[in-house]
Design a protein. Structure first.
Length: 611
């Protein structure tokens, strides 16, 4: 008798076993482990029937362990009956039985000889000897397909690096492992071996990721190569624009600026958030025309406290490679007048005739632009009034890295006060020429080729204070950056610093100045005060601001005094005199203008708080 034997070790897959249960058309086998059958390879199912005969039917479908045949068996096979699957690519081995001997209770030894039915035709008809294909181990695997992946950044210590999650699809047939060879551009080839259908490639960079993926069988026979090229942005991609920008006032001087935290790792690790401001509050301000409101903060932050000043506040992300968001996100601040206050002085250097009469160091005033401009490395042009005279910057040198302008006048309050200052700053970055032949500096350092984005210039306001009379020999404190807020002193000096970090970019200061003001304040007595039998002097705990001679408003803001006297007799009256920022005099007089002693309370309403 010729018998069929399915050896999973030689075949490379399981093709035989025992029946768990059966009907005439559906045979449920003991396991679907390694039951890999391609229905396009004409699969057949052979089952030992209760009669002891073997019947073979064509398989129409397989679902898990249930095998459905195209036509019914003569009867339902018994449980534990033997089944065998054959396909055109994997057939059973055939043997002719020579001897069967019982060697023990239920144990039989079978002696058989390899059998090939085509042997007879080969001898008698001189036909080619056919060999049965009993294994898929020698067949090369199918190539992989649907290669996809996802590029992302990851943190390694203090560095942010590029990684790529690579995945592919494959049927897994006749496959022991996958080999992935990759390189960036023309770098050396790297090889990764895996049994999975995905890997993660790390420590990459921007460039073309060239991939070759092959499946290998157990005999190390490879599939055809699947080659893919993927463009990696690496850390050259610019950060996303800032989103979720809001401004929440904390008090009359400060506000909390909030935004959605950056999603890019190279912003959160080693990056920064830039915050700029323009005093223009009509929506016409731009990033290029704004200056730093505060120093850049860590890219991991999502909020910061800033001065609450009118205008437009712009925010951009910067990654650890110095790349900025493409577009600035802004919030417009138009403050309502909610607190009674007086303006002590509103000073605009650009409003003088002629404008900008202060001290200039490496800056000059341009009639052409009607603005203060940073000087160039070349002839002295502090006296130039027509900017056309220096239009060709390539003949006059590079834009200087910095210059200063000190305001023409000192602000003297006449006494020491804590004063609120609000800065006014309108600037404009520009390219003196945007023709490429006239651009200055090493081309490798250019951050913008189109000449539309100008963010390599900046300007800052500074002030310093003294408690001395500025008309004498005052001692001033250190210069400090002027960000709208409260500053203490009698007299104040102001200056502007213009900066350029690109020799081809310059900055104009169109409008510059400040507004200083005092809030309304009330002071009152603590309990009753006895007027006594002579003029009673009342001194305030903190002096009020009443004006200053240098501002031509001396005593224009005297505090208003309210007084309530107890137990006044008929014809008695109250006289308030000598009102100043420091206090006032009170007389309680009878009908004969003689002082009488009465208890009184008082309230003073004015501006400012002396220190």
């Amino acid at each position: 008798m010729v018998i069929d034997v399915a050896d999973p070790l030689r075949g490379g897959t399981r093709r035989s076993g025992r029946v768990s249960s059966a009907t005439t058309t559906v045979i449920t086998v003991d396991s679907d482990t390694n039951l890999s059958v391609n229905l396009s390879n004409s699969p057949t199912l052979s089952v030992m029937m209760p009669t002891g005969l073997v019947e073979t039917k064509t398989i129409s479908s397989i679902s898990g362990t249930a095998i459905t045949v195209s036509s019914a068996f003569s009867e339902a096979p018994n449980a534990n009956a033997v089944w065998l699957i054959q396909t055109t690519d994997i057939q059973s081995q055939q043997f002719r039985v020579l001897n069967v001997a019982e060697s023990g209770d239920g144990i039989y030894g079978v002696t058989a000889l390899a059998y090939n039915a085509s042997l007879y035709d080969s001898i008698e008809s001189d036909l080619k000897l056919q060999k049965r294909d009993i294994s898929n181990l020698s067949a090369k695997p199918d190539p992989v397909d649907d290669v996809t992946g996802n590029e992302y950044l990851y943190v390694d210590g203090q560095s942010v690096l590029t990684a790529f999650d690579l995945t592919w699809q494959h049927d897994g047939l006749r496959t022991n492992e996958y080999r992935v060879q990759y390189r960036i551009d023309d770098d050396n080839i790297q090889t990764v071996v895996t049994s999975n259908k995905s890997i993660t490639l790390r420590s990459l960079r921007a460039g073309t990721l060239k991939l070759q993926i092959q499946a290998f069988n157990y005999l190390n026979k490879p599939s055809d190569t699947t080659a893919v090229e993927i463009q990696l942005a690496g850390k050259t991609a610019i950060p996303f624009d800032v989103s979720g920008l809001t401004l929440e006032p904390i008090n009359e001087n400060s506000a909390r600026l909030k935004w959605d935290q950056a999603t890019e790792l190279d912003v959160r690790v080693g990056g920064r958030v830039h915050i700029r401001h323009s005093s223009l509050a009509d929506g016409t301000a731009t990033w290029s025309n704004a200056v730093d409101l505060i120093s850049a903060v860590s890219g991991a932050t999502d909020e910061v406290v800033v001065p609450l000043i009118e205008g437009e506040i712009f925010v951009k992300f910067e990654d650890d490679g110095g790349r900025l968001s493409a577009n600035a996100t802004s919030v417009l601040v138009d403050l309502p007048e909610t607190i009674a206050k007086i303006t002590v002085q509103q000073r605009r250097e650009d409003a003088d005739t002629p404008p900008f009469q202060g001290t200039k160091t490496d800056v000059f005033y341009s009639d052409e632009f009607d603005a203060l401009v940073l000087d160039v490395d070349g002839p002295d042009i502090d006296s130039v009034t027509d900017f056309d005279a220096i239009q060709n910057f390539d003949f006059n040198g590079s834009v200087l890295t910095s210059g200063e302008y000190e305001f023409a006048n000192v602000l003297d309050l006449g006494a020491i006060f804590a004063t609120y200052f609000n800065r006014y700053f309108v600037t404009e970055g520009f390219y003196p020429t945007d023709l490429i032949d006239s651009r200055i500096g090493n081309v490798d350092s250019w951050t913008d080729w189109d000449g539309t984005t100008i963010d390599q210039v900046n300007a800052k306001l500074y002030l310093r204070a003294t408690n001395d009379d500025p008309a004498g020999t005052p001692t001033y404190g250190e210069w400090q950056e002027f960000k709208s807020g409260t500053y203490k002193g009698r007299a104040f000096q102001f200056k502007a610093l213009l900066e350029s970090f690109d020799p081809a970019q310059n900055i104009l200061i169109n409008e510059i100045g400040y507004n200083t003001s005092f809030k309304g304040r009330q002071e009152q007595s603590n309990g009753y005060v006895a007027s006594g039998t002579s003029t009673k002097r009342v001194d305030f705990n903190n002096a009020f601001f009443t004006g200053a001679a240098s501002l031509d408003n001396l005593n224009q803001f005297l505090p208003s005094i309210g007084i309530t006297v107890q137990n006044l007799a008929s014809d008695e009256r109250v006289n308030i005199s000598n009102i100043s920022g420091a206090g006032f005099d009170v007389d309680v007089l009878d009908s004969g203008d003689s002082n009488v002693n009465r208890n009184f309370t008082w309230t003073a309403v004015g501006y400012g708080r002396g220190v």
